[in-house]
Write a protein that binds this ligand. Structure first.
Ligand code: CA
Length: 228
């Protein structure tokens, strides 16, 4: 059974999420504090998706996300935000979250986001071992790993999916909508901004100088292009 961790200190919201996710067929692990969530993730390494509230009594959800990402790039992370400020979303994504859901949310919306994340995490099972090699980059599509000049670069699942799309389409301008559809899925109803934030993060990891990118270049008013 697919395992989901829900970190939320408000018991009413947590119970509501737990009931609905169990009904949707997930095994749900609960945590009420950031530390409890980190402990449970350590005890249960096969948790596929973690849902993190931001305002918590001990360490905030962004810090929990940072600590999860320090040890695992594989797990999917969804931030729960009570506020609608862009900063929250951007901060969450920059700490390594894959997606965010704004409170109040419907059970259907949350399960749709979790389902989409599980599809992305497990979506490459049909691919044979394949190396994509371009310039200094070597991508292994079975292990989901990337090397630049022989050194491993750690990517989140979303960053990996975006880079794979680029490496499969060298020299081709991809619109932000193309990237959103390919990576998040056509049924994803989030904002295009999520593409830009992930590209910004990816550039920091792979470019020689993220302030003047040469591999992922911006096609103004349209999207991005991969070139070596
Ligand atoms: Ca809270």
């Amino acid at each position: 059974m697919k395992k989901v961790l829900i970190l939320e200190d408000e018991i009413n919201i947590r119970s509501f999420v737990v009931i609905n996710l169990r009904r949707a067929g997930y095994e749900v692990i609960e945590a009420g504090t950031g530390q409890e969530a980190l402990d449970k993730l350590r005890e249960t390494p096969d948790i596929g998706v973690a849902i993190l509230d931001i305002m918590l009594p001990d360490i905030d959800g962004f810090e929990v996300c940072r600590r999860i990402r320090a040890t695992s790039k594989q797990i999917g992370v969804i931030m729960l935000t009570a506020r609608t400020q862009e900063m929250d979303k951007v901060t969450g994504l920059m700490t390594g979250a894959d997606d965010y859901v704004t409170k109040p949310f419907s059970p259907a919306e949350l399960t749709a986001r979790i389902d989409a994340l599980f599809r992305r995490i497990g979506g490459d099972n049909t691919a044979n071992s394949e190396m994509l090699s371009q310039g200094p980059f070597v991508m292994n599509t079975r292990n989901h790993t990337l090397e630049k000049n022989g050194s491993r670069i750690k990517l989140t699942q979303v960053e990996y999916s975006i880079l794979k799309l680029f490496m499969q389409n060298p020299g081709r301008a991809l619109s932000r909508e193309d990237i959103l559809d390919a990576v998040w899925g056509r049924d994803y109803d989030g904002e295009l901004k999520i593409v830009d934030v992930n590209i910004r993060r990816l550039r920091i990891k792979i470019e020689d100088d993220a302030t003047s990118p040469t591999y992922i270049t911006t096609v103004w008013g349209f999207g991005y292009k991969w070139g070596i």
